[in-house]
Design a protein around this ligand. Structure first.
Ligand code: RUB
Length: 325
């Protein structure tokens, strides 16, 4: 298990696909950001349910149902913003309600979990290929935080022989930018790290902004790491294309029915150390923000590049059969 502790530095990319963990350990790892990034937490949630089905013994289906529900609730409470986690778990549980015996239910959950994980990884690969075509030879790219989908586009462009440069934001307070620059440097990509507040200043050097997504809403807005909307505004002002990468399971059907996306607020110790400011000072640490559709030039999905305005159609195709409670 790769350990990432919060001391202001992230040192290792985590990839839960190599790791098999029980539900409680998965929940802890997600809460502690040892497993992070919307795609990874979705795969970790699906993997935890699949492994529970693989390893646990139940006397009857009612007992199994009750344990799976508890596991689902715990996983969903681990991080509130990325709908990918909910969708990954919903996908894994598809058909579970109709199972009448433990053997059948176990097989279904294991199969669904494996299918989701495979499809999720394949989606990132496809996004990489599709998104890379939007990157011109000689382009300078700006990215934010650490998105496996966004970085895949950049890596595929580089591997195809395009000469590219990347600016990567630090992404305070967790500094996921450290992961990003390490990942890109390892690939041999020319990468420059900047502090978050340098975004507008460097925008004149940028040809395209490519970021990831945690949740995509029915009106085409994108929820991603705090600061993403600032990048979008600066790009809009400079007429620089702003492209979002998102697997279709990052679309939130709940938003169609009026639900708002919960923006996670994390502990203030991520921003200030104890005693650094008087107790009277309030500290606010929202870790995601929403970028309205009008600032987004395209959303790169595994089905192709779509406009924010077509999210509704994809939502219907993708989730038409799923019941949301
Ligand atoms: C990560 C983040 C990423 C998205 C998409 O935030 O905002 O841009 O999750 O990532 P955190 P991916 O580090 O707080 O989880 O493309 O890997 O799903």
């Amino acid at each position: 298990m790769i350990k990432i502790t919060f001391d202001g530095f992230l040192t290792h990319p985590c990839d839960c696909m190599e790791i098999r963990m029980n539900v409680d350990d998965t929940v802890k790892a997600i809460k502690d950001m040892e497993i992070r990034g919307a795609g990874r937490i979705a795969r970790a949630g699906a993997a935890a349910i699949g492994d529970m089905a693989r390893s646990q013994k139940w006397k009857n289906i009612d007992e199994m149902r009750s344990d799976i529900k508890t596991a689902k609730d715990k996983l969903l409470a681990s991080r509130p913003t990325a709908v990918s986690l909910l969708n990954g778990i919903q996908f894994t549980l598809k058909g579970f309600d109709k199972c009448t015996d433990v053997k059948e239910a176990k097989e279904l959950l294991i199969r669904n979990s494996d299918d989701f994980i495979r499809a999720s990884n394949e989606a990132v690969e496809k996004i990489g290929v599709i998104g890379s075509r939007r990157i011109k030879d000689g382009a300078t790219i700006l990215t934010h935080c650490n998105s496996s989908a966004a970085l895949e586009c950049i890596k595929v462009a580089h591997r195809s022989g395009k000469k590219i440069k990347v600016y990567a934001t630090e992404s305070r307070p967790w500094r996921q930018g450290i992961l990003t620059v390490n990942e890109l440097a390892k690939e041999g990509i020319d990468v420059t790290m900047i502090i978050d507040s340098a975004v507008r200043s460097v925008m004149k050097r940028i040809d395209i902004v490519i970021v990831g997504s945690d949740t995509i809403t029915s009106n085409g807005a994108v929820i991603n790491k705090i600061g993403t909307s600032q990048l979008a505004l600066a790009a809009y002002e400079s007429r620089v294309p702003f492209v979002v990468c998102g697997e279709t399971y990052k679309i939130s059907p709940q938003t169609l029915f009026g639900d708002m996306v919960t923006i996670e607020e994390r502990d203030i110790s991520e921003i200030v150390r104890k005693g650094e400011v008087p107790d009277s000072v309030k500290v606010f640490n929202p870790v995601f923000d929403s970028t309205p559709a009008r600032y987004i030039d395209g959303i790169v999905t595994e089905r192709g590049i779509v406009s924010p305005g077509s999210v509704y159609e994809i939502m219907v195709q993708q989730f038409g059969e799923i019941e949301f409670k």
